[in-house]
Design a protein around this ligand. Structure first.
Ligand SMILES: NC(=O)c1ccc[n+]([C@@H]2O[C@H](COP(=O)([O-])OP(=O)(O)OC[C@H]3O[C@@H](n4cnc5c(N)ncnc54)[C@H](O)[C@@H]3O)[C@@H](O)[C@H]2O)c1
Length: 372
């Protein structure tokens, strides 16, 4: 198969759809890979790295889109990219169609076969192509939280780990899923006094079994949440209710109960945030203050560590990418229900029911699309 990987054009996106190692594996499977020039630069991969891995370098996105049978990207195709898609071509990338009617209309009009990273599942119902970015954001959260707490940023001037004779900072993490667990491990590793709150008892049992005394956990009742937030130096928001906006678990009035200069890192901001006072910020201007409490609410945290994020995403997408290239998308989807769950559009049909429901559009089942 001819695989093409263009340079990302969404503002502030430094990741790339394929690493040189992914190229090497695809080439070893007998496929040809075209990389747009400088596509990997933001993640620290040069054209020479891709050439050494067996790719050809194309001077522009136009060539990549025109010649490739499968396009591998990171972010949803931007309007200029959507014009270049065509029927018979496979698009493998993050799409997030439900809140995006314009993109959905363009993909349907193009006829492209679009497989969305965010709806590919694993055998236990998890989302294997979202998890790596949650791991990155979770591990980054205590790091940016520690920085936010520094005096120069308006923070309380508290060191997460304390020092001998000085108590460590109190970190409260609301939501103990992928983001919350990775955040807890790093915050505990930095020496902080960490508590994870969740509403899932099985999840709390898991955390207790696996991590023992490294950090505490508690049931996220409104009462306990309010009590711990008031004592915290750093609160990390990491809740998710799949398919829904994040619940607002800390109100503006509660900020008055917090210590002046305490910090909030709302990782769930991409789903609207779980603090009433959260609004999305960017890496250029990540922090703002409300009622004396610092807020860090960057919606694309993994972009800060583009190289790590690209490699982590590439590790997760590679087996699916190879299956599509080796077998063709029809057989790859027919043989793997987890990949089939990723199919969002094919030949002008919407094939993902939740997107159809959100946008009030008719859908065809993925199984039916496989017979077209
Ligand atoms: N800002 C970013 O750059 C970025 C990057 C990656 C992920 N995210 C977001 O982080 C959030 C968490 O993602 P995840 O992968 O950890 O999800 P996850 O499904 O693994 O975990 C979410 C957890 O929240 C818990 N939860 C749900 N409602 C709750 C409540 N009312 N109180 C306490 N806990 C509750 C669930 O039981 C679950 O354990 C999502 O909104 C995700 O989109 C943001």
């Amino acid at each position: 198969m001819k695989i093409g990987c263009p340079k990302e054009i969404k503002p502030q996106e430094f990741r790339v759809g394929m690493t040189p190692n992914a190229v090497r594996e695809a080439v070893a499977h007998g496929h040809s890979v075209m990389i747009e020039t400088a596509a990997g630069v933001g993640s620290g991969f040069s054209d020479a790295d891709y050439i050494a891995a067996g790719a050809s370098i194309q001077p522009s996105a136009e060539e990549v889109f025109a010649r490739a049978e499968m396009i591998v990207k990171v972010k949803e195709p931007q309007p200029a990219e959507r014009k270049r898609l065509r029927e018979g071509q496979v698009l493998f990338t993050y799409l997030h169609l439900a809140p995006d009617p314009a993109q959905t209309a363009d993909l349907l009009a193009s006829g492209v076969t679009a497989i969305a990273y965010e709806t590919v599942t694993d055998r236990s119902g998890g989302l294997p192509l979202l998890a790596p970015m949650s791991e990155v954001a979770g591990r980054l959260a205590p790091q940016v939280g520690a920085w936010t707490l520094q005096k120069a940023n308006g923070g309380r001037g508290v060191l997460l780990g304390g020092v001998p004779g000085v108590m460590p900072a109190k970190v409260v993490i609301i939501g103990g899923g992928v983001v919350g667990t990775h955040a807890a491990r790093i915050a505990a590793g930095m020496g902080a006094d960490v508590t994870v709150l969740d509403r899932s008892l099985p999840r709390l049992r898991y955390l207790d079994d696996v991590f023992g005394r490294a950090f505490k956990n508690g049931y996220a009742s409104a009462g306990l949440t309010a009590e711990l937030v008031a004592q915290a130096d750093l609160v990390i928001g990491a809740v998710l209710i799949p398919g829904a906006a994040a619940p607002k678990l800390v109100t503006r009035a509660q900020l008055a109960t917090m210590k002046p200069g305490a910090a909030i890192v709302d990782v769930a901001i991409d789903q609207g945030g779980c603090f009433e006072t959260s609004h999305a910020t960017t890496h250029q201007d990540p922090i703002y203050e409300v009622d004396g409490i610092l807020h860090y609410c960057v919606a694309n945290m993994p972009g800060a560590v583009a190289r790590t994020s690209t490699i982590a995403l590439g590790n997760a997408t590679l087996p699916f990418l190879l299956a599509i290239a080796d077998k063709g998308w029809q057989r790859a989807c027919a043989e793997d229900p987890c990949l089939k769950a990723g199919l969002n559009t094919h030949a002008g049909h919407l094939t993902y029911a939740a997107v159809g429901h959100a946008l009030n559009l008719p859908t065809m089942s993925a199984d039916e699309a496989l017979t077209l």
